[in-house]
Write a protein that binds this ligand. Structure first.
Ligand code: PLP
Length: 387
């Protein structure tokens, strides 16, 4: 037996465990202080009624012999794939149902998709970034080329003709920066990928937060994207499914063999999402479901607005906070990410996430999230103003 030695090249992930330890130690030393957490990437609003009703009905069906279901289709039930294609169709994009694959979330698919690519492909990953893209490629032993997100490009790095890579990761609206590519910028990426013969892995997990109609929510709104891009999306942030687990991946037929390879991969290594969960997810895309989830998204976007407004008043540089649940700010007074973390925790009892945890370009930056309670967000902002 020999282990996969690529795993030994992974950096230990200390980010969230270090945050938890620092908060715990602070609270033990200061039991009377109320710490407000604006660092978590998890949602706090419950599933909407139309979703829980659909799930309850599906539970009843499973308890009756005449409506019981066993194994489903690995790529998702037909009704669920139709719900996704209907959602895209309303936004003017045509997808056939066999281009849609239902999964237990975007994280799994983002990692698993690498199965269908050769191990010697090169990978282009923006920095800072959602760490899963980097770690899954290190596990597979791939060479990673980083492109820099920074204040000069508003954390929206653009293609460089001198750098070529086979696989390109893009995430818009972005975690951790909240930055969103516009049509022109995404078009430049699509043109570049078509020219280089690369594939774009487009993560649209936060698309539901885009309210500005001048911004794209899917890469397939760009001409030519179906010939060069796979899109990953999730019900986690869209509809509070972080613990319920459902997502979907789109592999267009224009990508040639990739659609068939992904089907083969899924039918071999995956046995589908539970029927009850798929019925809940289907309900998200009903008219009532879309109206109900809009209320939760409005709630988070209002938190983001309150945070952004506070930072703007204080003259702090930031991006995101509009069309995204993340606010990415420059640490004041040239503090490092962790210095600012300690400073906010000690002096305002507010917890965020140090940008350094998302790559080297995250150093000196800090992520706040809009997923918390509205009263807590307002209080946290007042504390920061007082500080
Ligand atoms: N993609 C991005 C950019 C994320 O931030 C997250 C979760 O935080 C995911 C994917 C994972 O989503 P899921 O819960 O569907 O696995």
């Amino acid at each position: 037996m020999r282990i996969n030695e690529n795993y030994l090249k992974l950096q230990e992930s200390y980010l969230f465990s270090t945050i938890a330890r620092k908060v715990r130690e602070y609270s033990e030393r200061n039991p009377n202080k109320r710490v407000i957490r604006l660092g978590i990437g998890d949602v706090t609003r419950p599933l909407c009624p139309v979703v829980t009703e659909a799930m309850q009905q599906a539970v009843s069906e499973m308890g009756r012999a005449e409506s019981f279901r066993g194994y489903g289709e690995e790529q998702g039930c037909a009704f669920m794939r139709q719900a996704v294609s209907g959602y895209y169709n309303k936004k003017g994009m045509n997808l056939s149902d066999d281009e849609i694959f239902i999964s237990d979330g975007a994280k799994s698919d983002l990692g698993n998709i690498l199965d269908i690519f050769s191990a010697d492909n090169t990978v282009l990953i923006p920095d800072p970034v959602y760490p899963v893209y980097v770690d899954t490629n290190i596990m597979a032993g791939r060479e990673i080329i980083y492109i820099n997100g920074n204040a000069e490009n508003d954390f929206l790095p653009m293609p460089d003709k001198n750098i070529r890579a086979d696989i390109i990761y893009l995430c818009s609206p972005n975690n951790p920066t909240g930055a969103v590519y516009n049509y022109e910028q995404l078009k430049a990426w699509v043109d570049y990928a078509l020219e280089c013969g690369s594939v774009i892995l487009f993560d649209s997990a936060y698309e539901i937060f885009v309210r500005d109609e001048a911004l794209p929510t899917s890469i397939y709104q760009i001409d030519g994207a179906k010939s060069c891009a796979i899109e990953f999306c999730s019900f986690s942030k869209t509809a509070g499914f972080t613990g319920t687990r459902c997502g979907y991946t789109i592999v267009p037929h224009e990508l040639g063999a990739l659609n068939k390879l992904w089907l083969r991969r899924q039918t071999t290594k995956f046995n589908g999402v539970p029927y009850i969960i798929q019925r809940g997810a289907e309900a998200v895309f009903s008219d009532t479901g879309l109206a109900q989830i809009k209320e939760s998204i409005n709630y988070y976007l209002e938190n983001a607005r309150v945070i952004s407004e506070t930072l703007a008043k204080l003259g702090v540089w930031f991006t995101g906070g509009k069309n995204a649940p993340y606010i990415w700010l420059k640490c004041p007074d040239n503090m490092s990410s962790w210095e600012y973390f300690d400073y906010l925790l000690e002096n305002a009892n507010v917890v965020g996430t140090p940008g350094a945890g998302f790559g080297k370009n995250g150093e000196g930056y800090f992520r706040l999230t809009a997923f918390g309670d509205a009263g807590n967000v307002r209080e946290a902002m007042q504390r920061i103003i007082n500080l």
